[in-house]
Design a protein around this ligand. Sequence first.
Ligand code: CA
Length: 509
Amino acid sequence: MKLLKLTSLLLLLVTGCVEDSAPPNIVFIFTDDHTARALSAYGSVINKTPHLDRIANEGMRFTQCLVTNSICAPSRAVILTGKHSHINGQLTNGNRFDGAQQTFPKLLQAAGYQTSLIGKWHLQSDPTGFDHWQVLIGQGPYYNPRFLIPGDTIQIDGYTTDIITDLALEWLETHRDPLKPFMLMYQHKAPHREWHPSPRHFELYADETIPEPPNLFDDYSHRASPAAEQGMTIARHMNVDDLKLTPPWSMNDEQKIQWEAVYGPRNIEFREANLEGDDLTRWKYQRYAKEYLRTVAGVDDNVGRLLDFLEQHALAENTVVIYSSDQGWYLGEHGWYDKRWMYEESLVTPLLVRWPNQIQAGSVNHAMVSNLDFAATFLDLAGAEIPNDIQGRSLKPLFLGETPDDWRTSHYYQYYEYPGYHCVERHYGVRTDRYKLIYFYNRDEWELFDLEKDPLEMTSIYDDASYGETVTNLKAELAHLREFYAVPEDQRPTGPCIPNERGAPIPQP
Ligand code: CA
Protein backbone atom coordinates (compact mmCIF):
# COMPACT_ATOMS: atom_id res chain seq x y z
CA MET A 1 0.00 0.00 0.00
CA LYS A 2 2.80 2.36 1.01
CA LEU A 3 4.73 1.48 -2.16
CA LEU A 4 1.63 2.21 -4.23
CA LYS A 5 1.23 5.62 -2.60
CA LEU A 6 4.92 6.40 -3.12
CA THR A 7 4.59 5.43 -6.78
CA SER A 8 1.54 7.65 -7.11
CA LEU A 9 3.43 10.51 -5.54
CA LEU A 10 6.39 10.07 -7.91
CA LEU A 11 4.00 9.91 -10.85
CA LEU A 12 2.41 13.10 -9.64
CA LEU A 13 5.77 14.85 -9.45
CA VAL A 14 6.97 13.55 -12.82
CA THR A 15 3.78 14.45 -14.65
CA GLY A 16 4.05 17.93 -13.28
CA CYS A 17 0.71 18.05 -11.51
CA VAL A 18 2.35 19.87 -8.64
CA GLU A 19 2.53 23.22 -10.35
CA ASP A 20 1.26 26.63 -9.42
CA SER A 21 -1.90 25.89 -11.37
CA ALA A 22 -2.71 22.81 -9.29
CA PRO A 23 -5.49 23.54 -6.82
CA PRO A 24 -3.95 24.07 -3.40
CA ASN A 25 -4.52 21.87 -0.40
CA ILE A 26 -6.29 23.60 2.45
CA VAL A 27 -5.56 23.07 6.12
CA PHE A 28 -8.13 24.82 8.28
CA ILE A 29 -6.82 25.06 11.84
CA PHE A 30 -9.71 25.91 14.11
CA THR A 31 -9.95 26.48 17.83
CA ASP A 32 -12.84 27.09 20.18
CA ASP A 33 -13.06 30.42 22.02
CA HIS A 34 -9.59 31.81 21.25
CA THR A 35 -9.44 35.58 21.66
CA ALA A 36 -7.01 37.60 19.54
CA ARG A 37 -5.87 39.16 22.84
CA ALA A 38 -4.17 35.82 23.60
CA LEU A 39 -2.21 35.66 20.33
CA SER A 40 1.14 37.40 20.09
CA ALA A 41 0.58 37.95 16.35
CA TYR A 42 -2.18 40.34 17.48
CA GLY A 43 0.09 42.07 19.98
CA SER A 44 -0.75 40.08 23.09
CA VAL A 45 0.94 41.39 26.20
CA ILE A 46 -0.06 38.36 28.22
CA ASN A 47 1.32 35.38 26.28
CA LYS A 48 3.44 34.22 23.36
CA THR A 49 2.20 32.00 20.52
CA PRO A 50 5.31 31.50 18.36
CA HIS A 51 3.87 28.79 16.13
CA LEU A 52 0.58 30.50 15.38
CA ASP A 53 2.64 33.63 14.75
CA ARG A 54 4.53 31.72 12.03
CA ILE A 55 1.31 31.68 10.00
CA ALA A 56 0.98 35.46 10.37
CA ASN A 57 4.67 36.16 9.76
CA GLU A 58 4.71 34.03 6.62
CA GLY A 59 1.24 35.12 5.52
CA MET A 60 -1.57 37.58 6.17
CA ARG A 61 -3.23 38.72 9.40
CA PHE A 62 -6.79 40.04 9.29
CA THR A 63 -7.64 42.63 11.94
CA GLN A 64 -11.40 42.71 11.40
CA CYS A 65 -12.74 39.20 11.02
CA LEU A 66 -16.24 39.51 12.53
CA VAL A 67 -18.52 36.60 13.35
CA THR A 68 -22.24 36.71 12.58
CA ASN A 69 -23.43 34.95 15.78
CA SER A 70 -20.85 34.63 18.54
CA ILE A 71 -21.44 31.14 19.83
CA CYS A 72 -19.93 27.74 19.10
CA ALA A 73 -22.32 25.56 17.07
CA PRO A 74 -23.93 28.46 15.16
CA SER A 75 -20.50 29.73 14.09
CA ARG A 76 -19.57 26.27 12.81
CA ALA A 77 -22.80 26.07 10.82
CA VAL A 78 -22.13 29.50 9.28
CA ILE A 79 -18.68 28.34 8.22
CA LEU A 80 -19.97 25.08 6.69
CA THR A 81 -22.77 26.76 4.73
CA GLY A 82 -21.59 30.32 4.09
CA LYS A 83 -25.06 31.41 5.24
CA HIS A 84 -26.39 33.27 8.27
CA SER A 85 -27.95 31.32 11.17
CA HIS A 86 -31.52 32.13 10.14
CA ILE A 87 -30.88 30.45 6.77
CA ASN A 88 -28.82 27.41 7.89
CA GLY A 89 -31.16 26.75 10.83
CA GLN A 90 -28.50 26.64 13.57
CA LEU A 91 -29.70 29.57 15.67
CA THR A 92 -28.35 28.27 19.01
CA ASN A 93 -26.20 25.53 20.50
CA GLY A 94 -29.45 23.67 21.20
CA ASN A 95 -30.27 23.08 17.51
CA ARG A 96 -29.24 19.93 15.65
CA PHE A 97 -27.38 20.82 12.44
CA ASP A 98 -29.21 19.79 9.29
CA GLY A 99 -26.40 17.93 7.51
CA ALA A 100 -28.59 17.28 4.46
CA GLN A 101 -28.21 20.90 3.30
CA GLN A 102 -25.56 22.24 0.95
CA THR A 103 -22.15 22.66 2.65
CA PHE A 104 -18.74 23.55 1.31
CA PRO A 105 -17.18 20.11 2.11
CA LYS A 106 -19.75 18.46 -0.21
CA LEU A 107 -18.99 20.99 -2.94
CA LEU A 108 -15.24 20.45 -2.48
CA GLN A 109 -15.74 16.69 -2.83
CA ALA A 110 -17.61 17.32 -6.09
CA ALA A 111 -14.65 19.45 -7.21
CA GLY A 112 -12.29 16.50 -6.70
CA TYR A 113 -11.04 17.23 -3.20
CA GLN A 114 -10.57 14.75 -0.37
CA THR A 115 -12.17 16.12 2.75
CA SER A 116 -11.15 15.22 6.27
CA LEU A 117 -12.42 16.40 9.66
CA ILE A 118 -10.55 15.68 12.89
CA GLY A 119 -11.35 17.02 16.37
CA LYS A 120 -14.22 19.12 17.63
CA TRP A 121 -17.47 19.15 15.65
CA HIS A 122 -20.20 20.04 18.17
CA LEU A 123 -23.16 19.98 15.79
CA GLN A 124 -25.08 16.96 17.19
CA SER A 125 -25.76 15.35 13.79
CA ASP A 126 -23.06 13.18 12.17
CA PRO A 127 -20.69 15.03 9.82
CA THR A 128 -21.64 14.94 6.14
CA GLY A 129 -19.44 15.72 3.13
CA PHE A 130 -16.27 14.22 4.62
CA ASP A 131 -14.29 11.28 3.24
CA HIS A 132 -12.81 10.81 6.69
CA TRP A 133 -13.93 12.00 10.11
CA GLN A 134 -13.03 11.45 13.76
CA VAL A 135 -14.83 13.86 16.07
CA LEU A 136 -15.14 14.49 19.78
CA ILE A 137 -18.54 13.66 21.22
CA GLY A 138 -20.31 16.94 22.03
CA GLN A 139 -17.94 19.33 23.80
CA GLY A 140 -15.41 16.54 24.46
CA PRO A 141 -13.11 16.39 27.50
CA TYR A 142 -9.56 17.73 27.86
CA TYR A 143 -8.30 14.31 28.95
CA ASN A 144 -8.71 10.75 27.62
CA PRO A 145 -11.24 11.65 24.92
CA ARG A 146 -13.68 9.37 23.16
CA PHE A 147 -14.10 10.02 19.42
CA LEU A 148 -17.08 9.31 17.26
CA ILE A 149 -16.11 7.64 13.96
CA PRO A 150 -18.49 6.35 11.26
CA GLY A 151 -20.54 3.66 13.01
CA ASP A 152 -18.41 3.41 16.16
CA THR A 153 -16.47 5.21 18.90
CA ILE A 154 -12.81 4.97 19.98
CA GLN A 155 -11.26 6.13 23.24
CA ILE A 156 -7.65 7.34 23.45
CA ASP A 157 -5.70 8.05 26.65
CA GLY A 158 -3.80 11.32 26.92
CA TYR A 159 -4.28 15.05 26.43
CA THR A 160 -6.93 15.91 23.85
CA THR A 161 -5.07 18.73 22.05
CA ASP A 162 -2.09 16.39 21.47
CA ILE A 163 -4.32 13.50 20.40
CA ILE A 164 -6.25 15.54 17.82
CA THR A 165 -2.89 16.49 16.30
CA ASP A 166 -1.68 12.87 16.34
CA LEU A 167 -4.81 11.85 14.44
CA ALA A 168 -4.45 14.69 11.93
CA LEU A 169 -0.81 13.83 11.23
CA GLU A 170 -1.67 10.15 10.94
CA TRP A 171 -4.32 10.94 8.34
CA LEU A 172 -1.96 13.19 6.39
CA GLU A 173 0.81 10.63 6.43
CA THR A 174 -0.95 7.35 5.86
CA HIS A 175 -4.59 7.70 4.83
CA ARG A 176 -4.94 10.49 2.33
CA ASP A 177 -4.71 9.95 -1.41
CA PRO A 178 -1.68 11.90 -2.71
CA LEU A 179 -3.27 12.08 -6.16
CA LYS A 180 -5.96 14.42 -4.94
CA PRO A 181 -5.88 17.85 -3.32
CA PHE A 182 -7.19 17.79 0.22
CA MET A 183 -9.13 19.88 2.69
CA LEU A 184 -8.26 19.07 6.31
CA MET A 185 -10.36 20.60 9.08
CA TYR A 186 -8.12 20.25 12.16
CA GLN A 187 -10.29 21.45 15.00
CA HIS A 188 -9.42 21.78 18.67
CA LYS A 189 -11.58 21.82 21.75
CA ALA A 190 -9.09 24.17 23.43
CA PRO A 191 -9.16 26.81 24.79
CA HIS A 192 -12.87 26.24 25.60
CA ARG A 193 -14.10 26.14 29.21
CA GLU A 194 -13.09 24.48 31.59
CA TRP A 195 -9.51 25.33 30.47
CA HIS A 196 -7.65 22.19 31.60
CA PRO A 197 -3.99 22.39 30.58
CA SER A 198 -1.53 19.66 29.69
CA PRO A 199 0.72 18.56 32.60
CA ARG A 200 3.67 20.01 30.66
CA HIS A 201 2.09 23.47 31.17
CA PHE A 202 1.03 23.19 34.83
CA GLU A 203 3.92 25.44 35.88
CA LEU A 204 3.70 27.92 32.97
CA TYR A 205 3.10 31.49 34.29
CA ALA A 206 3.28 30.14 37.87
CA ASP A 207 5.46 33.01 39.05
CA GLU A 208 3.98 35.71 36.81
CA THR A 209 1.11 38.16 37.23
CA ILE A 210 -1.08 38.42 34.14
CA PRO A 211 -1.98 42.10 33.46
CA GLU A 212 -5.65 42.77 34.20
CA PRO A 213 -7.88 44.34 31.54
CA PRO A 214 -8.76 47.96 32.45
CA ASN A 215 -12.47 47.13 32.77
CA LEU A 216 -12.20 44.00 34.94
CA PHE A 217 -14.41 45.80 37.50
CA ASP A 218 -16.99 47.14 35.05
CA ASP A 219 -20.28 48.09 36.78
CA TYR A 220 -22.31 48.22 33.50
CA SER A 221 -23.78 51.57 34.51
CA HIS A 222 -23.86 53.35 31.15
CA ARG A 223 -25.44 50.72 28.92
CA ALA A 224 -28.82 49.11 28.25
CA SER A 225 -30.08 46.67 30.91
CA PRO A 226 -28.79 43.33 29.49
CA ALA A 227 -25.08 43.95 30.23
CA ALA A 228 -25.81 44.14 33.95
CA GLU A 229 -28.14 41.15 34.02
CA GLN A 230 -26.01 38.43 32.42
CA GLY A 231 -24.48 35.46 34.26
CA MET A 232 -20.88 35.39 33.09
CA THR A 233 -18.84 37.37 35.59
CA ILE A 234 -15.56 36.11 36.97
CA ALA A 235 -16.60 37.55 40.34
CA ARG A 236 -19.96 35.85 40.76
CA HIS A 237 -20.47 33.03 38.28
CA MET A 238 -17.37 30.84 38.06
CA ASN A 239 -17.51 27.50 39.85
CA VAL A 240 -14.91 25.38 41.68
CA ASP A 241 -14.13 23.40 38.53
CA ASP A 242 -13.54 26.60 36.51
CA LEU A 243 -11.20 27.78 39.25
CA LYS A 244 -9.35 24.43 39.56
CA LEU A 245 -10.20 23.94 43.20
CA THR A 246 -11.08 20.37 42.24
CA PRO A 247 -9.14 18.11 39.79
CA PRO A 248 -10.23 18.13 36.12
CA TRP A 249 -13.12 15.68 35.91
CA SER A 250 -11.86 13.82 32.83
CA MET A 251 -8.46 12.84 34.32
CA ASN A 252 -7.65 9.24 35.25
CA ASP A 253 -6.17 8.39 38.67
CA GLU A 254 -2.59 8.70 37.51
CA GLN A 255 -3.22 12.12 35.95
CA LYS A 256 -5.02 13.29 39.12
CA ILE A 257 -1.98 12.42 41.24
CA GLN A 258 0.19 14.49 38.90
CA TRP A 259 -2.32 17.37 39.09
CA GLU A 260 -2.67 17.20 42.88
CA ALA A 261 1.10 17.46 43.33
CA VAL A 262 1.08 20.89 41.65
CA TYR A 263 -2.39 22.31 42.39
CA GLY A 264 -2.85 20.84 45.88
CA PRO A 265 -0.34 23.14 47.64
CA ARG A 266 -1.52 26.16 45.59
CA ASN A 267 -5.12 25.54 46.66
CA ILE A 268 -4.21 25.16 50.35
CA GLU A 269 -2.40 28.49 50.12
CA PHE A 270 -5.46 30.08 48.50
CA ARG A 271 -7.89 28.79 51.14
CA GLU A 272 -5.65 29.92 53.97
CA ALA A 273 -5.53 33.43 52.51
CA ASN A 274 -9.34 33.85 52.98
CA LEU A 275 -9.58 36.46 50.22
CA GLU A 276 -12.70 38.60 49.89
CA GLY A 277 -14.21 41.23 47.57
CA ASP A 278 -11.97 42.62 44.81
CA ASP A 279 -8.97 40.66 46.11
CA LEU A 280 -10.90 37.44 45.57
CA THR A 281 -11.93 38.55 42.06
CA ARG A 282 -8.30 39.38 41.27
CA TRP A 283 -7.20 35.94 42.41
CA LYS A 284 -9.92 34.31 40.31
CA TYR A 285 -8.86 36.36 37.28
CA GLN A 286 -5.24 35.23 37.67
CA ARG A 287 -6.16 31.59 38.01
CA TYR A 288 -8.63 31.73 35.14
CA ALA A 289 -6.36 33.65 32.76
CA LYS A 290 -3.38 31.39 33.48
CA GLU A 291 -5.38 28.21 32.93
CA TYR A 292 -6.81 29.61 29.69
CA LEU A 293 -3.36 30.66 28.45
CA ARG A 294 -1.92 27.24 29.35
CA THR A 295 -4.48 25.57 27.09
CA VAL A 296 -3.56 28.08 24.34
CA ALA A 297 0.09 27.06 24.80
CA GLY A 298 -1.00 23.45 24.17
CA VAL A 299 -2.64 24.49 20.90
CA ASP A 300 0.40 26.51 19.88
CA ASP A 301 2.83 23.60 20.43
CA ASN A 302 0.63 21.38 18.33
CA VAL A 303 0.20 23.89 15.50
CA GLY A 304 4.01 23.89 15.41
CA ARG A 305 3.99 20.10 14.97
CA LEU A 306 1.53 20.40 12.09
CA LEU A 307 3.46 23.19 10.32
CA ASP A 308 6.70 21.21 10.71
CA PHE A 309 5.00 18.15 9.25
CA LEU A 310 3.85 20.08 6.17
CA GLU A 311 7.40 21.35 5.61
CA GLN A 312 9.02 17.97 6.17
CA HIS A 313 6.64 16.29 3.71
CA ALA A 314 6.95 18.88 0.92
CA LEU A 315 3.36 19.96 1.45
CA ALA A 316 3.91 23.51 2.72
CA GLU A 317 4.37 25.13 -0.72
CA ASN A 318 1.00 24.19 -2.16
CA THR A 319 -1.08 24.28 1.00
CA VAL A 320 -3.13 27.23 2.22
CA VAL A 321 -2.98 27.18 6.02
CA ILE A 322 -5.78 29.09 7.71
CA TYR A 323 -6.08 29.73 11.43
CA SER A 324 -9.28 30.91 13.06
CA SER A 325 -11.53 30.37 16.05
CA ASP A 326 -15.32 29.99 16.21
CA GLN A 327 -15.56 33.39 17.93
CA GLY A 328 -13.68 35.74 20.20
CA TRP A 329 -13.84 35.64 23.98
CA TYR A 330 -13.76 37.70 27.18
CA LEU A 331 -10.54 37.24 29.06
CA GLY A 332 -11.75 39.45 31.90
CA GLU A 333 -12.93 42.42 29.81
CA HIS A 334 -16.15 43.79 31.35
CA GLY A 335 -15.41 41.39 34.24
CA TRP A 336 -16.47 38.47 32.05
CA TYR A 337 -15.57 35.08 30.68
CA ASP A 338 -17.52 33.51 27.74
CA LYS A 339 -18.69 35.17 24.47
CA ARG A 340 -22.19 35.75 22.85
CA TRP A 341 -22.24 39.57 22.81
CA MET A 342 -21.81 41.84 19.83
CA TYR A 343 -19.16 43.76 21.80
CA GLU A 344 -15.72 43.70 20.21
CA GLU A 345 -13.98 40.99 22.26
CA SER A 346 -16.42 38.27 21.19
CA LEU A 347 -17.37 39.76 17.79
CA VAL A 348 -13.81 39.76 16.44
CA THR A 349 -12.17 36.39 15.84
CA PRO A 350 -8.55 35.73 14.81
CA LEU A 351 -7.85 35.05 11.13
CA LEU A 352 -4.38 34.20 9.88
CA VAL A 353 -3.66 32.81 6.40
CA ARG A 354 -0.44 31.47 4.89
CA TRP A 355 -0.18 30.68 1.18
CA PRO A 356 3.42 30.60 -0.01
CA ASN A 357 4.18 32.49 -3.26
CA GLN A 358 0.68 33.97 -3.29
CA ILE A 359 0.18 35.87 -0.04
CA GLN A 360 2.81 38.46 0.80
CA ALA A 361 4.59 37.41 3.97
CA GLY A 362 3.89 39.56 7.01
CA SER A 363 0.97 41.42 5.42
CA VAL A 364 -1.94 42.86 7.42
CA ASN A 365 -5.46 43.32 6.03
CA HIS A 366 -7.98 45.68 7.67
CA ALA A 367 -10.98 44.87 5.46
CA MET A 368 -14.21 43.87 7.21
CA VAL A 369 -14.33 40.12 6.66
CA SER A 370 -16.38 37.42 8.35
CA ASN A 371 -16.70 33.72 9.07
CA LEU A 372 -19.61 34.04 6.61
CA ASP A 373 -16.91 34.32 3.90
CA PHE A 374 -15.00 31.12 4.65
CA ALA A 375 -17.12 28.70 2.55
CA ALA A 376 -16.93 30.91 -0.56
CA THR A 377 -13.20 31.32 0.02
CA PHE A 378 -12.52 27.58 0.20
CA LEU A 379 -14.54 26.97 -2.98
CA ASP A 380 -12.74 29.78 -4.80
CA LEU A 381 -9.33 28.45 -3.73
CA ALA A 382 -10.36 25.05 -5.13
CA GLY A 383 -11.43 26.60 -8.43
CA ALA A 384 -15.01 25.46 -7.77
CA GLU A 385 -18.09 27.48 -8.57
CA ILE A 386 -19.60 29.46 -5.67
CA PRO A 387 -23.38 28.86 -5.60
CA ASN A 388 -25.52 32.00 -5.72
CA ASP A 389 -27.28 31.21 -2.46
CA ILE A 390 -24.02 31.46 -0.45
CA GLN A 391 -24.18 34.77 1.44
CA GLY A 392 -20.45 35.27 2.06
CA ARG A 393 -17.81 36.44 -0.40
CA SER A 394 -14.51 34.87 -1.36
CA LEU A 395 -11.45 36.27 0.43
CA LYS A 396 -9.11 34.98 -2.29
CA PRO A 397 -8.69 38.42 -3.93
CA LEU A 398 -7.86 39.87 -0.51
CA PHE A 399 -5.25 37.15 0.00
CA LEU A 400 -3.70 38.28 -3.28
CA GLY A 401 -3.61 41.89 -2.13
CA GLU A 402 -6.60 43.07 -4.18
CA THR A 403 -9.54 44.05 -1.99
CA PRO A 404 -12.50 44.65 -4.36
CA ASP A 405 -13.77 48.26 -4.50
CA ASP A 406 -17.25 47.16 -3.50
CA TRP A 407 -16.11 45.23 -0.42
CA ARG A 408 -18.54 45.50 2.52
CA THR A 409 -18.32 48.44 4.90
CA SER A 410 -20.91 47.19 7.40
CA HIS A 411 -21.50 43.88 9.16
CA TYR A 412 -24.76 42.27 10.35
CA TYR A 413 -24.85 40.39 13.65
CA GLN A 414 -27.58 38.45 15.49
CA TYR A 415 -27.51 36.38 18.69
CA TYR A 416 -30.50 34.16 19.62
CA GLU A 417 -29.71 31.97 22.66
CA TYR A 418 -31.95 33.49 25.39
CA PRO A 419 -33.04 32.25 27.83
CA GLY A 420 -29.89 30.13 27.94
CA TYR A 421 -26.49 29.69 29.54
CA HIS A 422 -25.14 32.98 30.91
CA CYS A 423 -28.42 34.81 30.23
CA VAL A 424 -27.23 37.03 27.39
CA GLU A 425 -30.31 38.74 25.92
CA ARG A 426 -31.10 38.29 22.19
CA HIS A 427 -29.83 41.12 20.04
CA TYR A 428 -28.98 42.17 16.54
CA GLY A 429 -26.99 45.06 15.20
CA VAL A 430 -24.72 46.66 12.67
CA ARG A 431 -21.03 47.40 12.96
CA THR A 432 -19.21 49.84 10.68
CA ASP A 433 -15.57 50.89 10.82
CA ARG A 434 -16.34 53.43 13.51
CA TYR A 435 -19.77 52.72 15.03
CA LYS A 436 -21.79 49.90 16.47
CA LEU A 437 -25.57 50.00 16.87
CA ILE A 438 -27.12 47.16 18.92
CA TYR A 439 -30.83 46.42 19.37
CA PHE A 440 -32.03 44.19 22.23
CA TYR A 441 -35.26 43.52 20.42
CA ASN A 442 -37.20 41.70 23.12
CA ARG A 443 -36.63 44.66 25.47
CA ASP A 444 -36.81 47.42 22.87
CA GLU A 445 -33.51 48.83 24.14
CA TRP A 446 -30.72 50.22 21.96
CA GLU A 447 -27.01 50.86 22.40
CA LEU A 448 -24.66 52.93 20.26
CA PHE A 449 -20.88 52.96 20.62
CA ASP A 450 -18.31 55.23 19.01
CA LEU A 451 -15.43 52.76 18.73
CA GLU A 452 -12.94 55.50 17.97
CA LYS A 453 -13.66 57.38 21.20
CA ASP A 454 -14.73 54.45 23.33
CA PRO A 455 -12.95 51.29 22.11
CA LEU A 456 -13.80 49.41 25.32
CA GLU A 457 -17.54 50.09 24.78
CA MET A 458 -18.18 51.40 28.28
CA THR A 459 -20.72 54.12 27.48
CA SER A 460 -23.66 53.88 25.13
CA ILE A 461 -24.27 57.22 23.38
CA TYR A 462 -27.57 56.18 21.84
CA ASP A 463 -29.43 58.98 23.67
CA ASP A 464 -26.78 61.63 22.96
CA ALA A 465 -28.49 64.15 20.63
CA SER A 466 -25.21 64.95 18.86
CA TYR A 467 -25.25 61.41 17.44
CA GLY A 468 -28.85 61.71 16.16
CA GLU A 469 -27.89 61.67 12.49
CA THR A 470 -25.50 58.76 13.07
CA VAL A 471 -28.33 56.77 14.67
CA THR A 472 -30.64 57.53 11.73
CA ASN A 473 -28.02 56.43 9.21
CA LEU A 474 -27.14 53.28 11.13
CA LYS A 475 -30.80 52.30 11.49
CA ALA A 476 -31.20 52.66 7.73
CA GLU A 477 -28.11 50.51 7.18
CA LEU A 478 -29.40 47.92 9.64
CA ALA A 479 -32.75 47.75 7.82
CA HIS A 480 -30.89 47.39 4.52
CA LEU A 481 -28.73 44.53 5.85
CA ARG A 482 -31.76 42.71 7.30
CA GLU A 483 -33.43 42.91 3.92
CA PHE A 484 -30.24 41.98 2.02
CA TYR A 485 -29.71 38.86 4.14
CA ALA A 486 -33.47 38.08 4.27
CA VAL A 487 -33.63 38.11 8.08
CA PRO A 488 -37.10 37.29 9.44
CA GLU A 489 -38.47 38.69 12.71
CA ASP A 490 -37.44 36.40 15.60
CA GLN A 491 -40.83 35.32 16.87
CA ARG A 492 -39.72 32.35 18.98
CA PRO A 493 -41.09 32.56 22.53
CA THR A 494 -38.79 34.04 25.13
CA GLY A 495 -38.91 34.02 28.93
CA PRO A 496 -37.06 34.98 32.09
CA CYS A 497 -33.47 33.90 32.69
CA ILE A 498 -32.00 33.62 36.18
CA PRO A 499 -28.18 33.55 36.29
CA ASN A 500 -26.77 30.83 38.49
CA GLU A 501 -24.50 32.58 41.00
CA ARG A 502 -22.21 30.01 42.48
CA GLY A 503 -18.87 31.73 42.73
CA ALA A 504 -19.03 33.39 46.13
CA PRO A 505 -18.46 32.26 48.74
CA ILE A 506 -16.37 29.44 47.32
CA PRO A 507 -17.68 26.15 48.75
CA GLN A 508 -15.26 23.65 50.28
CA PRO A 509 -14.65 20.69 47.96
CA1 CA B 1 -16.78 28.59 20.85
